[in-house]
Design a protein around this ligand. Structure first.
Ligand SMILES: Cc1cc2nc3c(=O)[nH]c(=O)nc-3n(C[C@H](O)[C@H](O)[C@H](O)COP(=O)(O)OP(=O)(O)OC[C@H]3O[C@@H](n4cnc5c(N)ncnc54)[C@H](O)[C@@H]3O)c2cc1C
Length: 483
């Protein structure tokens, strides 16, 4: 048992909240002296594949967390640099009883954490870690043979059977650093919260989703109060705000996963209709997809830059730069694809149905390596998350876990089913607002009409390209077992 005066440093990473936090609740049960620490790691702030909008969201969440610490009587210390040096440096300055943090699934984070734990041990300072960002940690959901699942449906069944933890208490009445301790930290490492410009970005970007825990809890509450009842149907229609918009909050742990689960269970208790129950379960299945991909990355770290089905690292992609450019800028001549890419470019977020459509189009129509698309998404998404993005791309390209059946999305069919009035397309492609709905959805506009509206002709022929993809796919997989 720690003495009351003992200090616990809590190293925040993708858990930017006080509520429903495993490590903070455990720490507060031992001592009121809990002080938060966040390291602005240049690799995560300015490295390749970093989206300005995501950094902006992160900075907003840090400002919110600073205030939250202030309210409970403590502090969030900010430092900047390589965490492998900075965390031990702060610890050496303050000599806490222990440094706590939550475990992560990403290979970079795991290596970094092992190095930090070793450096702390060398200083004689213990560290303690907890699983927090998942309802069930990676080793808790396995096949009967004790192996990780690589197919979603059996994973979901096993995952869903396990009891889920309740939300954890928020630490209250804490005691922060003494002025003398604060001065010591300031002298060595402390840094004020930077702006986006301080970090080298040109200017502020507009966020479609408000950062911070109160905003995330408001989203959760609003969604579970009503839209969740129709999620089964509404989630497919990009013109309808039928999904929770919680992805950025879940990526940064601004809201606790147990709290999210509890809210969905509460809704399930309130809405007994069959359709409502099915809709709520569909949403819970999305939470399970999130965990499926995180478990996958934990067990198969090669996914970071290789296909799960390694044979696909030899797929003969065309990789035409001009086609990629047209896809990135929403100029492929396929209205559904272009509308989606413009939503991404303008807002930093894209509807899930559209993510599947554009990812299928990039890989199966343009025959471009899924990693190009994955990287572009990471450069743009406010919710860009290695495991979910990589999982979504590998799934869409049919190179990852759960590869069957071979899925190829026809943009015109998808538009007709999921944007039947053309509202989504018209919103993002103003130049096509006056086009009649059938032509808008099918994309069958006369060349003269396209030209008059400044909209490009289709850069490829869908039918031809999908046949080409299938041919190459079958050639590669002949003789190779589909796992
Ligand atoms: C190619 C591709 C790339 C993607 N990249 C990302 C990404 O970088 N970050 C990200 O969070 N999601 C990603 N997704 C999954 C999904 O599109 C988003 O999570 C979802 O659109 C976010 O909107 P929402 O919060 O309203 O979701 P909701 O429909 O309300 O779902 C609730 C939560 O469940 C999780 N979730 C939902 N669908 C998935 C899924 N298919 N895989 C993993 N988790 C899921 C998210 O945390 C989401 O916030 C990707 C999907 C595809 C096909």
């Amino acid at each position: 048992m720690l003495a009351v005066a003992d200090l616990i440093l809590f190293w925040h990473r993708r858990d930017l909240r006080l509520e429903d936090s495993t490590g903070l609740a455990a720490g507060r049960a031992l001592t009121p002296r809990i002080v938060g620490l966040f390291c602005l790691d240049p690799i995560l702030l300015r490295g390749p594949g970093v989206a300005a909008v995501r950094v902006q969201y992160l900075l907003g969440c840090l400002a919110d967390l600073q205030q939250a610490y202030h309210r409970i009587g403590s502090h969030l210390i900010l430092v900047e640099g390589d965490p492998r040096q900075m965390i031990p440096q702060v610890a050496a300055t303050l000599r806490p009883q222990a440094v706590y943090w939550h475990q992560d699934v990403e290979p970079y984070a795991r290596q970094r954490d092992a190095a930090v734990a070793q450096a702390l041990a060398d200083l004689g300072i213990p560290s303690q870690t907890f699983w927090d960002q998942l309802l069930h940690p990676p080793d808790a959901v396995t096949t009967q043979a004790g192996r990780p699942f690589t197919v979603y449906t059996p994973f979901w069944k096993a995952w869903n059977r396990l009891p889920k933890g309740d939300p954890l208490p928020t630490p209250q009445n804490c005691v922060g650093l003494t002025p003398e301790e604060m001065n010591r930290v300031k002298a060595v490492v402390r840094r004020d919260l930077p702006t986006l410009r301080d970090l080298g970005y040109e200017s502020a970007v507009e966020l479609g989703v408000e950062p911070g825990t109160s905003a995330a809890l408001h989203l959760l509450e609003t969604f579970c109060a009503d839209p969740i009842r129709r999620y089964g149907e509404d989630r497919n229609f990009p013109a309808i705000p039928g999904t929770s918009q919680l992805s950025a909050a879940l990526k940064f742990g601004v809201v606790g996963i147990r709290q999210v689960w509890a809210a969905s269970q509460e809704a399930a208790g309130l809405y007994p209709g069959d359709l409502e129950q099915a809709a709520i379960q569909t949403w819970q299945q999305e939470l399970a997809w999130r965990e499926f991909y995180q478990h996958g990355l934990y067990h198969f770290p090669h996914l970071v830059d290789q296909a799960h089905r390694r044979i696909f690292d030899q797929f003969p992609w065309d990789n035409q730069a001009a086609h990629f450019e047209a896809w990135c800028t929403g100029q492929t001549g396929y209205p559904m694809v272009d509308a989606a890419m413009r939503q991404l470019n303008e807002t930093g977020w894209m509807h899930n149905r559209c993510r599947m459509i554009v990812a299928s189009f990039l890989t199966k129509d343009l025959l471009i390596d899924w990693r190009w698309g994955e990287h572009y998404f990471m450069e743009r998404l406010v919710d860009g998350d290695l495991s979910a993005n990589n999982g979504g791309w590998q799934w869409s390209a049919s190179v990852g876990m759960d590869p069957k059946p071979l899925r190829i999305f026809n943009p015109a069919t998808q538009a007709a089913r999921f944007d039947p009035e053309g509202a989504y397309i018209r919103h993002w492609l103003p130049e096509l607002r006056g086009v009649d709905t059938p032509e808008l959805l099918s994309g069958q506009m006369l060349p003269i009409e396209r030209a008059g509206r400044g909209y490009p002709p289709p850069i490829v022929d869908h039918k031809r390209q999908q046949a080409l993809f299938k041919q190459r796919y079958q050639r590669l997989t002949q003789g190779a077992a589909l796992t």
